[in-house]
Design a protein around this ligand. Structure first.
Ligand SMILES: Nc1ncnc2c1ncn2[C@@H]1O[C@H](COP(=O)(O)OP(=O)(O)O)[C@@H](O)[C@H]1O
Ligand SMILES: [Mg+2]
Length: 265
């Protein structure tokens, strides 16, 4: 069991807190322990990447944090309250691997959608959908339909949509996994800029060692069967980060360490 504490200088109350969290699925072929006894704290403004082999429970962990799945055991708090309450306050944004945009709605209308669904209770000082499209680099594309956009642009729209309620917590499940490497590198850099500009706390799932190392202030390494915390690594890289950082010895050493731990999982 390990406890990750991000940004020690920030407010002491963690944005995400898990204690003894386990998730078991009972299927026709028997029971699967997707997560076993997870303890985790993610501090305000932290950027935690979750790295591990397929099936180690990464998506399950995000689903538990976002109230899509109740844990079989243990306690989950988001901003000090149960995930359902945080979700009801629209404090949680979610981005999936597939952008899940509505094909008949423009980029701007897709970003506006959560406002319409939620009854439009605006928060003061919140960025408008148009401003969010500019934030993700899509100024001028407001009226484009999803099929007119590249895969990377559709994911940018999905990020803008996830930010429309100005959530304090952004959960991202392999959001760039289906993109080509060059697009992915660019979106990695831009995501760090968006993280800085919004001040959101981010949990980001990936199975790319490079992506986990480049984005995270901490990397949570998970082992499979049962899904459990293998190690929490402090990322000793400076901020702000640019892609060229990946050629530095510190980055290469970090990747080698993460790879060794994963191989031992
Ligand atoms: N709804 C479900 N029913 C049964 N088993 C599930 C369900 N969701 C996930 N699992 C199992 O739980 C384990 C972890 O899955 P998942 O969280 O999707 O892993 P990851 O995202 O790391 O690839 C896997 O063994 C998977 O088959
Ligand atoms: Mg997954």
């Amino acid at each position: 069991m390990s406890v990750a504490t991000l940004r020690k200088d920030a407010s002491p109350a963690p944005v995400v807190s898990l204690r003894g969290v386990s998730v078991r699925f009972v299927t026709e072929r028997g029971a699967v322990t997707a997560l076993h006894d997870i303890d985790l704290d993610v501090e305000d403004g932290g950027f935690l990447t979750l790295l591990g082999p397929s099936g180690c429970g990464k998506s399950t962990l995000l689903r538990v944090v976002s109230d899509l799945l109740p844990p079989s055991a243990g306690a989950v708090r988001v901003l000090g309250v149960p995930p359902a309450v945080a979700r009801g306050r629209r404090d949680i944004g979610f981005v999936f691997q597939d952008s899940t945009l509505l094909p008949w709605r423009s980029a701007l209308q897709n970003v506006e959608l959560p406002l319409a669904v939620g009854g439009g209770g605006a928060r003061p000082g919140r960025r408008t959908p148009r401003e969010l499209l500019a934030l993700v680099g899509l100024g001028g594309w407001e009226n484009a339909l999803p099929h007119e956009l590249s895969g990377g642009m559709r994911q940018r729209v999905a990020i803008a949509r996830a930010l429309v309620n100005d959530p304090k917590l952004l959960l991202m499940d392999e959001p760039f996994g289906a993109l080509d490497e060059i697009t992915r590198d660019r979106l990695n850099e831009e995501l760090l800029r968006i993280w800085e500009e919004t001040g959101a706390t981010i949990l980001f799932v990936t199975h790319s060692i490079y992506e986990a190392a480049f984005l995270g202030q901490k990397v949570l390494l998970l082992a499979a069967r049962p899904g459990r915390v293998r190690e929490i690594v402090d990322v000793p890289l400076p901020n702000p980060r640019h892609i060229a950082l990946r050629e530095t010895p510190a980055f290469v050493d970090l990747v080698a360490h993460l790879r060794r731990v994963l191989e031992a999982c």
